[in-house]
Design a protein around this ligand. Structure first.
Ligand code: 261
Length: 392
């Protein structure tokens, strides 16, 4: 797991060539590694249901939007979708995100240097979603700590040969975050029950419920935890990876800073180049089936390693190069099928507006090459730090 977290690409390059759907003993389940097998498993909802990895289930509990199916999934998906539909996102996103991005740029612009992960990408990401959800009273550092702890727990996937957790203590941070979250969010829910407002969580409680009733909070919490991990962390990863990708091609970086209309293209290429949800969603088959030449008896869990699928040499020339000018072959970073990302538009817009504000305020931003850029993560992936400097 440590090798995969440092750099999953070489192992996966071999898997794509030798065994596109492979059983990984250290995980206790299969991984799908090519574009074709990931797409087939994700999209064929006749055969495949949504499921989460055992470590994911241990972290979030049931029911959550990732592992619910049928009518239960329809309800949870219907609950989270209204505020995330592209037409709705377009209505509010500028007013929501631009002031947040400006505020965090203003906090660093006179300093001449910053780690952009800690001081820009993560805070813009958590504050934008936090305010949408109704968590204005929770400071950004707390939201960052929560996603980090949930992420450690969610990706604590290794099992022993006898099927026990290899590292049971790895779940402690997630347990702490969950307790903390409930302590903070319970009183907010108490208030929203009697005083609904425009926040997403207030709508999660009230929408579609009979007059005078609210959805029980036990129905909401597992999906709240899902959001407080993936939806909080990944727009920040995407923003940071876009900057890191552009820094591998200084001429393209300069071009994008000069022409902000190219930012969406850079984000799309970055989502392919370093997919934030690299290997964190899974499916389980309802009937026996064969995918990528591997026979899978009913009840097999297959992890969709989208970060690998997006480096499939059948679809992309020189897949490990970040290149703004490559033909825009669709990527799988937001998945496919019934469980495709509900927040694709929201996340992309948070990144776009964040980068617009950063490049506009600090057009002479450059990489500080006194610091290495380290990417980390197998379940979720992005740069750990991103040191920049500029003349003030
Ligand atoms: C909102 C999406 O969040 C997740 C997606 C995949 C795995 C874990 C998550 O929290």
């Amino acid at each position: 797991m440590t090798d995969l977290e440092r750099d999953p690409y070489p192992v996966y390059e071999r898997l794509r060539r030798e065994s596109p759907v492979a059983f990984i003993p250290a995980l206790g389940f299969h991984v799908a590694t090519t574009k074709e097998t990931c797409r087939e498993v994700a999209a064929n909802t006749e055969v495949w249901d949504g499921v989460i990895s055992p470590a994911g289930g241990r972290t979030f509990g049931h029911p959550n939007v990732l592992n619910a199916n049928g009518p239960e999934h329809d309800e949870l998906r219907g609950m989270v979708e209204p505020s995330l539909q592209p037409a709705e996102v377009n209505r509010y996103i500028d007013d929501l995100v631009r002031p947040i991005a400006r505020r965090y740029v203003e906090a660093i612009e006179d300093r001449g240097h910053a780690d952009l992960v800690t001081h820009f990408c993560e805070p813009v990401s958590v504050r934008s979603l936090g305010d949408l959800m109704g968590l204005q009273s929770v400071d950004s550092d707390t939201l960052r700590e929560w996603f980090h702890k949930l992420s450690v727990s969610f990706t604590n996937a290794a099992v022993s040969p006898t099927g026990e957790w290899a590292n049971p203590d790895g779940f402690i941070p997630g347990d702490e975050a969950r307790a903390d979250i409930q302590r903070v969010v319970d009183p907010l829910i108490d208030r929203w029950i009697v005083e609904p407002d425009d926040s997403a969580l207030s709508h999660w409680l009230h929408d579609g419920m009979p007059e005078g009733e609210t959805r029980p909070r036990e129905m909401l919490y597992p999906t709240i935890f899902v959001f407080l991990l993936g939806a909080m962390q990944e727009p920040g990863h995407a923003m940071a990876s876009t900057i890191a990708g552009l820094w591998t091609k200084p001429d393209q970086f300069e071009q994008v800073v000069d022409e902000p209309k190219l930012i969406p293209r850079a984000i799309i290429e970055s989502l392919r180049w370093t997919s934030p949800i690299w290997s964190a969603v899974a499916r389980i088959n309802k009937v026996d089936t064969t995918v990528g030449g591997t026979f899978l008896p009913a009840g097999s869990v297959v992890m969709l390693s989208y970060g690998s699928a997006n480096h499939d040499a059948n679809d992309y020339d020189a897949p490990s190069d970040f290149d703004l000018t490559r033909a825009p072959v669709p990527h799988l970073a937001f998945g496919a099928g019934k469980h495709a990302c509900a927040g694709a538009s929201f996340a992309s817009e948070v990144c776009r507006i964040g980068l617009e504000e950063l490049f506009e305020a600090i057009p002479n931003l450059e990489r500080d090459d006194d610091h290495e850029i380290d990417f980390w993560g197998w379940g979720f992936r992005g740069p750990t730090e991103l040191h920049a400097r500029w003349e003030v």
